[in-house]
Write a protein that binds this ligand. Structure first.
Ligand SMILES: [Zn+2]
Length: 347
């Protein structure tokens, strides 16, 4: 029974190969569950083709981001080419893809390998500046790197302001404590992506969410990873963002409808919204995210047109990789309970 609400999954990897066998059905299930739109973060050139194909097939429901994931920088001699490709796509989106709604996912991840901090910081900083230039929000991934993240976001927010630009965005898969939330909130216009971890029994995230302002939250799945209860151990999918919505409602003593309404409004404020809102959900094609500003702010395209290249240097995450950081109190991403689907290197 669909909820009488409109949800947005603000972080969905529905284009991942885990959905090759049933992507149409997964998107249909999402719509039936009231999830009207899926925002799709990019990872690197290895998966751009799948991302673009998915957006072309579902232009009314799937909106792409463009960015280079921090773990795609590790051990990658071609990471600067990847970064240049991101810039070309932002300037000139591929045929049939429309506009990108954010620069993402980008960030810092020292968990898998801490030998590439300098490279990750350079790429993250560069992409924050691109986002400010194009007046797009950022979708930020952070793992085992909060100190550098806070410092960099503070610096880049200030630097953007001094140029008359703005840096804003979402801390995706936020699962930290209330103090970190308050510290990050002071950085500027940032929202917090709440996902399946909030449903985990041992997670501290429920306590944090209790302290958070509803206006600071957006909902996400990070599917196929971080599956919420009661489906832990299965592949996650965008329809299940409703479990996140219901859990947040329970924590905050609100109805799911109230949480859906607020978080959808938050997501639309940050990422833009369909041009014909608030009309009902038919015929929505594009986001009217600050187009005028962006066009004015965007530099002319330099260099070559965006042509995809295949980065064949990438390796898959180790199959038996465990996911739980030393000081992680939640049961977030325990491989035994999540069937290895919980949190691979790049999610
Ligand atoms: Zn992700």
């Amino acid at each position: 029974m669909p909820l009488p609400i409109a949800l947005i999954d603000t972080h969905s990897h529905i284009y991942a190969e885990e959905f090759d066998a049933d992507r149409d059905e997964a998107i249909r299930r999402a719509r039936e569950a009231g999830v009207e739109r899926l925002l799709l973060p990019a990872i690197d050139s290895e998966s751009h083709g799948r991302l673009f194909d998915t957006v072309r097939r579902y232009p009314d429901h799937c909106t792409p981001m463009m960015g280079l994931h921090p773990t795609s920088i590790n051990d990658n001699p071609r990471w600067r080419e990847e970064l240049a490709l991101v810039e070309r796509y932002l300037c000139s989106p591929p045929e049939g893809v429309g506009r990108f709604c954010a620069v993402g996912e980008i960030g810092l991840d020292y968990y898998w390998d801490d030998r590439f901090k300098a490279e990750q910081l350079e790429a993250f900083t560069k992409q924050c500046r691109l986002a400010a230039t194009y007046d797009l929000p950022v979708a930020i991934h952070t793992r085992a790197a909060w100190k550098d993240m806070c410092r960099t976001v503070e610096t880049e927010t200030k630097a953007a302001r001094e140029k008359g630009l703005r840096l804003r965005g979402v801390f995706h898969a936020f699962a930290e404590d209330a103090d970190t939330y308050r510290q990050l909130k002071e950085c500027g216009d940032f929202l917090f992506g709440i996902g399946g971890v909030v449903t985990f029994k041992k997670s501290r995230l429920a306590d944090t969410v209790r302290e958070m302002e509803l206006d600071d939250l957006v909902l996400e799945t990070d599917c196929p990873y971080l599956t919420p209860a009661p489906h832990r151990g299965e592949r996650n999918e965008s329809a299940w963002v409703r479990y996140v919505c219901e859990k947040v409602a329970q924590i905050k003593g609100l109805t799911p409808e109230e949480v859906a309404e607020a978080t959808t409004a938050n997501a639309e404020r940050m990422f833009g919204r369909p041009q014909n809102r608030p009309a009902p959900s038919h015929g929505r094609k594009f986001f009217d995210a600050p187009e005028a500003n962006r066009q004015a702010a965007a530099p002319p395209c330099g260099g070559l047109p965006a042509t995809a290249f295949r980065a064949d240097h990438r390796e898959l995450p180790p199959e038996n990789a465990t996911e739980v950081p030393e000081n992680e109190s939640s049961d977030h991403a325990s491989p035994s309970s999540d069937n290895g689907l919980s949190r691979p290197e790049r999610a």
